[in-house]
Design a protein around this ligand. Structure first.
Ligand code: AMP
Length: 383
């Protein structure tokens, strides 16, 4: 196993991407690869297995999607025959939101190629997914449960997969997907390239890598459990009963300063999430709640309203904390502090993405101040 640390100065053109991929990358306005991209892309393009640890918002999606496209490009075909479009690369993600987001990026990066991309996840009707899969797809992004449904129905066949990507593998294990992963991997040829991305390299992740990766290159661009360096951590000491007012005050003060009031507010419970969204609406702030009790369609509609700017505040439980990418989001508010620090870090990582500056504001009571004592260096205000 080797470890890569440098190599951050390559341009996309120097990395050797084919013209249609380069064109799509430039269209996104990316000027140079982020560190995880510069380090991972050459190895992925050479067909090596890679185990990557990267902070949220580091550009890790493009770090694996772009070289995968490059690797399967020679087999792309404009034939109408489904047989000419077998699944060649499979990305597995823990959540529907992440699957949707990876697919969003993949569609953009693949748009000038003949590579067909599709995404399948649960909570929505299967028939549209079935039609897509039947017509043939080279790059498939999926959550494990729904993929297994398609496999059972024989609408997905993994016998020609050459590249497997486990995205947010730590989260997949946390969510109990190991048996599903084992079943899926048993259906993929052993002769393949495997990439594993994870926020941390826990012992469980290392075990997973030992079982399924072959002599991987290890790439770490993140300090474990550290919030992105571009995120300023602010802590407001606020008693519980004044938290809702504190959220309104933060949002209003941003408007007074002529700044965007778009924010994600994280809560620990589903009930708290819905209640806060309703309270904000009553205060004249356009807000929507996403949590596990909402249907997938509702979640997608609310996310879309937030992303297109017609909604100011997204109130969310940790369902939305991972993988969610809203361009230009400048701040995140923690209504409560989660019991586990990695959740706090992932929530904060929704801002300060791709090198932009962000602020993470935690509303902390005296009782839960101890939970974030290791977040340094915070700016503490109020009483
Ligand atoms: P990710 O960590 O994959 O969720 O990416 C975070 C954000 O960074 C996304 O909005 C990407 O569009 C953006 N991004 C990815 N690669 C680059 C790059 N090389 N330069 C600028 N932005 C990028």
């Amino acid at each position: 196993m080797s470890t890569e640390q440098n190599n951050t100065e390559l341009t996309f053109a120097e990395t050797g991407f084919a013209e249609p991929i380069l064109k799509a990358v430039l269209e996104q306005g990316y000027t140079k690869p982020t560190p995880i991209q510069a380090q991972a892309m050459p190895h992925v393009m050479q067909g090596r297995d890679v185990m990557g640890a990267a902070q949220t918002g580091t550009g890790k999606t493009a770090a694996f999607v772009l070289p995968i496209l490059q690797n399967i490009l020679p087999m792309a075909s404009n034939s109408a025959s489904p047989a000419r479009h077998p699944i060649r690369a499979l990305v597995l993600t823990p959540t529907r939101e992440l699957a949707d987001q990876v697919a969003d990026n993949a569609f953009k990066y693949a748009k000038y190629t003949d590579i067909r991309t599709a995404v399948v996840f649960g909570g929505v009707d299967m028939s549209a997914q079935t039609t897509l899969l039947r017509s043939g797809v080279e790059l498939l992004i999926a959550t494990p449960g729904r993929l297994l449904d398609h496999i059972t129905q024989k609408t997905a066949n993994l016998s020609q997969v050459q590249i497997l990507i486990l995205d947010e593998a730590d989260r997949m294990l946390d969510m109990g997907f190991l048996p599903d992963l084992q079943r899926i991997i048993s259906l993929i040829p052993a002769q393949r390239q495997t990439l594993l991305f994870s926020a941390t390299f826990s012992p469980e992740i290392k075990k997973l890598a030992q079982s399924y990766l072959c002599d991987p290159v290890t790439i770490e661009v993140a300090r474990q459990n550290a919030a992105a360096d571009t995120v300023r951590q602010v802590i407001h000491m606020v008693p519980s009963e004044r938290k809702k007012d504190a959220v309104v005050k933060v949002l209003n003060s941003r408007i007074q300063q002529g700044l965007s009031r778009q924010a994600i507010v994280f809560t620990n419970s589903r009930i708290g999430c819905s209640k806060l969204a309703s309270a904000l609406e009553r205060s004249g702030i356009k807000a929507g709640a996403i949590h596990g009790d909402k249907s997938q369609i509702e979640r997608m509609q609310i996310l879309e309203s937030f992303k297109n700017g017609s909604m100011d505040v997204l109130v969310a439980t940790d369902v939305a904390a991972r993988g969610l990418d809203v361009g230009g989001l400048t701040h995140v508010i923690h209504m409560n502090i989660p019991d586990e620090l990695p959740f706090y870090t992932h929530r904060s990582g929704r801002t300060g993405r791709a090198g932009e500056k962000g602020v993470s504001i935690a509303l902390v009571t005296n009782r839960d101040a101890y939970k974030i004592r290791n977040i340094v260096p915070p700016i503490v205000t109020g009483k």
